[in-house]
Design a protein around this ligand. Structure first.
Ligand code: MEV
Length: 342
């Protein structure tokens, strides 16, 4: 540990903009990192321990979640472990009173933890953080494309295709992400399994989906690069139709009444919104010029839908160097910081 008493590492959550499901099969997808960050606090201690949240009872690493254990195992295999620390995670930004939003909290917390452990070993290479966090996350989750890990490590907007295609996509000036929660949390793994089993029976439908999904993701990326918003909107609409069709064919419940309300409300004000990620709940989003984004947000709010206050986060996984002075007041009870002083 450095002479500083406590260190804080963080990584952003993510939202898939286009190409979900295709990316599991190696096709490209567009993803954005969002400014809901998982935080990891580390402090030198007599033994290793992990607390799953502020105020949670610390447990030995062997008793922690499979994601945490996998991160420790994978870092240890690369560089051994540094001297023992008490580790606390904070993923409160990823859920509201009604449940999780589906912003990739398990990937973000894995990336923040791997960033922390590697940094304590003096290793800060971004490629290494990505490889180790990806291996740990896939080990614990039993698969996945790694798109959430990529967004959490790098930040910003990315075109990602496993295993190695990773391109930054610039968001044209005046572009904005607009996001709302459908009112229900979803299980990505169950939906991905249902789709995989459908595709095993219907390889012809798999081939057709993958080609169209790739087209949507590439069109979103090229529309963003060129600042052609009509192209982005058209690709978002096509991708939405593709996901709804996949859900119906695979009987996978990708589309839900909550998601449909969001997409239809955006369409009423000429916005192009779509399911983000596996569907079955979680969020819908649009990426649009400010004026269109404002209309969508207004319409969603007018319908009583759960607009989320978040934006694209250009910053990937990082140590929060500026945070240390905030630790000073021993009696602080300000929101997120409260548990730092107990
Ligand atoms: C989930 O956010 C996106 C999926 O493509 C799953 C994955 O990429 O691992 C459905």
């Amino acid at each position: 540990m450095s002479e500083r008493r406590r260190r804080i590492f963080s990584a952003p959550g993510k939202l898939v903009v286009a190409g979900e499901y295709g990316v599991v099969e190696g096709k490209p997808a567009v993803v954005v990192a969002v400014d809901r960050r998982a935080r990891i606090f580390v402090e030198a201690a007599q033994t290793w321990s992990f607390a799953a949240g502020p105020g949670a009872t610390p447990v030995a690493i062997s008793e922690a979640s499979s994601f945490v254990r996998a991160c420790f195992e994978r870092v240890e295999a690369v560089c051994g472990l540094p001297g023992p620390c008490a580790v606390t995670a904070d993923t409160r930004a990823f859920a509201g009173a009604g449940g999780k939003y589906g912003l990739g909290s398990s990937a973000a917390v894995s990336v923040a933890l791997v960033t922390a452990l590697l940094a304590l070993c003096g290793r800060r290479e971004r490629d290494l953080v990505f490889q180790v966090a990806l291996a740990a996350h896939q080990q614990a989750q039993g698969g996945g494309s790694g798109i959430d890990v990529a967004a959490s490590v790098v930040g910003g907007a990315l075109l990602y295709a496993p295993p190695a295609r990773l391109e930054l996509v610039p968001i044209p000036p005046g572009g904005e992400l607009v996001v709302a929660w459908s009112g229900a949390s979803a299980s990505t793994q169950d939906l991905v399994s249902a789709v995989a089993s459908f595709w095993r029976d219907r390889p012809d439908r798999r081939v057709a989906f993958l080609s169209q999904s790739e087209g949507c993701a590439e069109a979103v990326a090229s529309g963003l690069r060129a600042g052609r918003w009509e192209e982005v909107a058209a690709a978002l609409r096509s991708n939405q139709l593709l996901l709804v069709e996949l859900g119906a064919e695979a009987e996978a419940g990708i589309d839900t009444p909550g998601l449909r309300r969001l997409v239809e409300a955006a369409a009423r004000v000429h916005g192009a919104a779509k399911i983000s990620g596996a569907g079955g709940g979680d969020c819908a989003l649009s990426l649009a010029p400010v004026e269109v984004a404002r209309r969508i947000r207004q319409e969603w709010s007018a319908q009583g839908l759960a607009v989320l206050d978040l934006a694209i986060d250009p910053r990937g996984a990082a140590e929060e160097l500026g945070a240390e002075p905030d630790l000073a007041p021993a009696t602080s009870t300000r929101g997120d910081r409260m548990y730092l002083t107990d």
